[in-house]
Design a protein. Structure first.
Length: 317
């Protein structure tokens, strides 16, 4: 018998959960027809939801004992939800997916076949279109993927989703990486297991609203770049060298102009602009260094990635 853990991080998803549960149980039944020895568990991670998400999950648990849950003491973010799901998963295999139905359950049989019959450690999905997304958001997403792949050694595929199935060996490897500042897409690429990519067209949410604002996505992208690349520090150093060189040659030019031509140095407005430019570059470089220092500071605190307030196992003991 093989056990497949379906890990579903949830934050205010009470409207989408009934649709998701109906779809995933239907897919599970179809897969058990193909693989009779396959069993399922549905592990929902309630990320400190402020609506009735946990109540909906508990009602699902009452009618289906395959449903398990972990409820956080507050909102720790999706990265913490993914880590908690992998940590609590009991399965020989685990698949992470969203509750909003943007990760089509009907792809799961092909994903499972890839890790059980085709020899892959993981099967992951990527969107080939971004239909339905705001154009500006799509533009910045494409720019981010290009930047991070040039700036880091982690292989992060453009359009990659968190919808991914993994073997127990890969699950344990990720769980052992207990870093506080997590960027799971980068971790997947960094550990380097064999992955099969399955493409699909973008699917819009079945219910509810997205929790990812532009600002949250920007911070998430920044987390990924800082977590898997030191290139920004090199850029800050390069800025310093270039500005020093410009200042040096500027001084030489002014001295030569004064001694040979006799033209007095003038132009307070241009001087102010140059000072503001240099000050701006200095602040930028200090900000880059500050980001790395802040991440180091948070790591040294060794705070837990999440705090579980209650779980289905505890509630029923």
């Amino acid at each position: 018998m093989s056990l497949l853990s379906v890990i579903v991080p949830c934050y205010n998803e009470k409207e989408a959960l009934p649709f998701f549960y109906e779809a995933i149980t239907k897919t599970a039944a179809e897969m058990q027809g193909t693989w009779p020895d396959l069993r399922f568990e549905f592990l929902f991670i309630d990320d400190g939801s402020s609506d009735d998400t946990l109540s909906v999950i508990k009602r699902l648990r009452e009618k289906d004992k395959r449903v398990r849950y972990v409820s956080f003491s507050r909102n720790f973010g999706k990265e913490a939800g993914l880590y908690a799901g992998l940590k609590y998963a009991r399965g020989d295999y685990a698949v992470t997916m969203d509750a909003d139905m943007q990760d089509p359950p009907d792809l799961l049989p092909d994903m499972y076949r890839a890790v059980t019959e085709e020899g892959y450690d993981s099967a992951a999905t990527r969107r080939v279109t971004r239909k339905g997304e705001p154009p500006l958001r799509s533009l910045f997403a494409r720019i981010f993927y290009r930047l991070i792949n040039r700036m880091s050694a982690a292989d992060i595929v453009d359009g990659a989703r968190d919808y991914r199935i993994m073997t127990r060996r890969m699950i344990d490897t990720i769980v052992d990486m207990r870093e506080y500042n997590r960027f799971t897409k980068g971790i997947y690429g960094w550990i380097g297991f064999d992955t099969k990519w399955i493409e699909f067209e973008n699917v819009e949410r079945v219910a509810g609203e997205t929790k990812w604002s532009f600002w949250k996505l920007f911070k998430y992208a920044l987390e990924g770049i800082i977590g898997f690349s030191t290139v920004p520090l090199s850029i800050a150093t390069l800025f310093g060298i270039l500005m020093s060189a410009v200042a040096f040659f500027g001084i030489i030019f002014i001295i030569i102009k004064k001694l040979i031509i006799g033209d007095p140095t003038s132009g307070w407005s241009s001087m102010v602009c140059i000072m503001l430019l240099i000050a701006g570059i200095q602040l930028f470089c200090m900000g880059v260094i500050g980001q790395y220092l802040s991440k180091t500071y948070l790591e040294t605190k060794r705070r837990p990635i999440f705090i579980a307030k209650t779980t289905s196992d505890e509630d029923e003991t």
